[in-house]
Design a protein around this ligand. Structure first.
Ligand code: SF4
Length: 690
């Protein structure tokens, strides 16, 4: 295509595949670029991402709720004044903590930083959190506890290329981020691909080729499985004793804690044959090995402990903190990594600083020009904000940026009721999402190829997002929106709307912090040289963490023993939620891309043939899935690829096809992660269907 082009990255997931956006003046086209994460590949979402920019569904003017109850067009002045007036009134009459801010792992680092500053320095509320709480919270808590630092992959993704064995726990990268598979090929070819998943997912099926291992464990048995594998490592003298002595604390307790988890007992609980367990442990001990976790094992009320059990297995084998082996978690959202570093988590200030740390508070307050005691303290995690919307103990006003909790939040019918109860809801988005439909004010903002910014990929590498075209007339950047709102709420605090200057401020704010970006600016990132944090001034970044020491004060990895709780009594099949190749998160974007919607237009429930027969359900039937939280509708897809005691439903769909209508908002007490994968349900065929 002749014309102009811009080299940037895909707007969707954490792999941040590199692409070129070409324009001939009328049409836009995407072509893949070579980059270490995607090696010239793109998935279907990336190939079609340009359609987001020209979508007829695009919001191009502010909307304000009118006297007749409908959303109507308004000027920017009117919309911003309405928000400013409402926030000032609610803060004065009810207190700043009655105003909540709900961010996203899809926002650029600059927006994340500015959103946290807006909440704490302009509004003065502690009630800020984000949808990454639903993705990365358990792994973040476990890695911080074990290693003293939270970076999803503490090594470049390319390191996997030379692995002999890779164990994926609860991750289906073949569907969610297909170019990732390029990094599994060597391990797969040499019989070292090990996938733990109750489904025979697309990734699990790859173990058929190359003599890999699929551990198809029963629901609620992930910790038992990991304790069993660690037992074998010690029992068969596969543990790296010298490593445990020199680089960890707590190894003796770990050995004792797994003593009773012999393989036959684990087989009884998990359904995984003891021979497979032994084979797995031996393969992991036999060469360059990696253990990687995903949402399948993390989205539970014991998610942090499950990840801890995986880390303990890795530590027993001596994998973390060495070149050629390791533990990591696979970040899902586009900026799921940077999104949890720069101040939209309820307990953190920019740079992954603890909000309870007096020195961190002084540093950030100094950067923002306020007194440290004016900085609010720790807030509450996302599910708790959403649980109490509009109630006395919760927020009465909420601002949502780049998130769609009416679809992606747990126990979604309760969230929708809460959104209706609010005194005031403002949503910044580029489409009228299901959450925005409840709003009093909707502000149309620019999207990926209309703005400059930075994203931090799943490997902790900071990359530039490039502006390829102007936003439609009437649309503004979120940085501009935050500046304008801050001017109406607390004009004493300076807010910039230039992404490069905001990044410079973010970099200063991160000096000396765990996620230190202070050696980076836009010119350093100009030519896509590798830039892994921590990247202090004067350094060239840190592609591989922990090679000399872990980030705890004593330099060691801290082993915490965990226990496996007995599975809860079963009352119907276990519902597992997840993603499709065609859609991203709540589907607010990908359901508006013609090809993606045509390919995956509705929620399908994967049901085992025996379970389907028991309920009189045939392929293509409409079924109703119910439990104490609500009910949803799906089309039955009868397949042996799910266990007889589980059903799988993707979470991208709206209205009565939203699977989060039947998920629970119970959370992991250590991380605030909701248990998306623990709901028991009843199924029945919808009468009237063929
Ligand atoms: Fe790559 Fe993810 Fe975009 Fe697909 S959605 S092209 S895997 S970044």
């Amino acid at each position: 295509m002749a014309g102009s082009h811009t080299d940037t990255h895909c707007p969707y997931c954490g792999l941040q595949c590199a692409l070129r956006l070409e324009s001939d003046g009328t049409e836009l086209a995407v072509t893949p670029r070579d980059f270490p994460t995607n090696r010239g590949g793109l998935c279907r979402k990336g190939w079609t991402s340009a359609e987001l920019l020209t979508s007829p569904h695009r919001l191009t003017e502010p909307l304000v709720r009118q006297a007749d109850g409908a959303l109507g067009a308004a000027s920017w002045e009117e919309a911003l004044d309405t928000v400013g007036r409402q926030f000032r009134t609610i803060r004065a009459e009810q207190g700043a903590d009655r105003i909540g801010v709900f961010g996203s792992g899809g926002l650029t680092n600059e927006k994340v930083y500015q959103l946290g500053k807006f909440a704490r320095a302009a509004v003065g509320t502690s009630r800020i959190d984000y949808n990454g709480r639903f993705c990365m919270a358990a792994a973040a808590a476990a890695t911080t506890r074990a290693f003293g630092l939270d970076r999803g992959l503490p090594f470049p993704l390319e390191d996997l290329d030379n692995a002999d064995s890779i164990m994926l726990l609860g991750s289906n990268v073949a569907t969610t981020m297909p170019p990732f598979l390029k990094h599994l090929r060597r391990a797969q070819a040499s019989g070292g691909l090990i996938v733990c998943d109750p489904r025979r997912s697309a990734t699990a099926q790859l173990t058929d080729e190359g003599n890999g291992i699929h551990l198809q464990s029963a629901p609620h048995t992930d910790i038992a499985l990991l304790l069993g594998l660690t037992h074998i490592v010690f029992a068969e003298k596969l543990a790296d004793v010298e490593y445990l002595e020199s680089r960890t604390t707590g190894a003796a307790a770990l050995r004792r804690s797994v003593a009773a988890w012999w393989p036959e007992r684990v087989q009884h609980l998990t359904g995984v044959p003891a021979s497979q367990l032994r084979d797995t442990a031996r393969r992991l001990a036999g060469g360059r090995s990696y253990i990687l976790t995903g949402r399948g094992v993390e989205q539970h009320t014991d998610g942090t402990d499950t990840v801890t059990a995986a880390i303990n297995l890795a530590l027993a084998l001596g994998l973390p903190g060495r070149t050629g082996s390791g533990y990591g978690t696979i970040t899902g959202q586009g900026n799921g990594q940077g999104g949890r570093e720069h101040g939209q988590k309820c307990d953190q200030l920019p740079g992954c600083r603890s909000i309870d740390d007096p020195a961190a508070r002084r540093h950030i307050a100094g950067e923002w020009g306020i007194e440290p005691d004016k900085l609010p303290g720790k807030g509450v995690p996302a599910a708790e904000i959403l649980r109490h919307l509009g109630r006395a103990e919760g927020v009465s006003a909420l601002m949502v940026n780049g998130s769609n909790p009416a679809i992606s939040g747990p126990n979604a019918s309760a969230i929708r009721d809460g959104l209706k109860r609010l005194d005031f809801l403002i949503v910044c988005d580029f489409f009228l999402s299901e959450t925005a439909a409840f709003a009093d004010v909707v502000l149309p903002v620019s999207q990926w190829a209309e703005e400059e910014g930075t994203m931090t990929s799943l490997e902790g590498r900071i990359i530039r997002r490039r502006r390829a075209r102007p936003a439609p007339s009437g649309v503004r950047s979120e940085l501009w929106v935050l500046r304008e709102l801050a001017a109406r709420i607390n004009p004493a605090v300076h807010f910039d709307d230039d992404p490069e200057r905001v990044f410079a401020e973010l970099s200063r704010a991160s000096v000396g912090a765990p996620a230190d970006y202070s050696g980076l600016d836009y010119s350093v990132l100009e030519h896509e040289e590798p830039a892994y944090w921590p990247y202090p001034a004067g350094s060239t970044g840190t592609p591989r963490l922990f090679l000399d020491s872990f980030s705890h004060a004593d330099g060691r990895a801290h082993i915490r023993t965990v226990v496996a709780s007995p599975p809860p009594p079963s009352s119907g099949p276990l519902l597992i939620t997840g993603r499709l190749l065609e859609h991203y998160q709540s589907g607010a974007q990908t359901r508006r891309v013609t090809e993606l919607l045509a390919s995956a237009p509705e929620a399908q429930a994967e049901i085992h043939p025996e379970l389907a027969e028991k309920h009189g359900v045939a392929e293509g039937d409409q079924i109703v899935i119910t439990n104490e939280h609500g009910r949803m509708r799906a089309t039955a897809h009868v397949t042996p690829n799910v266990r007889i005691d589980t059903i799988f439903v993707p979470f991208h769909f709206p209205s009565d096809q939203s699977v989060n209508l039947v998920t629970s908002d119970a959370t992991d007490p250590l991380s605030g992660m909701p248990e998306f994968k623990s709901a028991h349900v009843s199924i029945s065929r919808l009468s009237g269907t063929q």
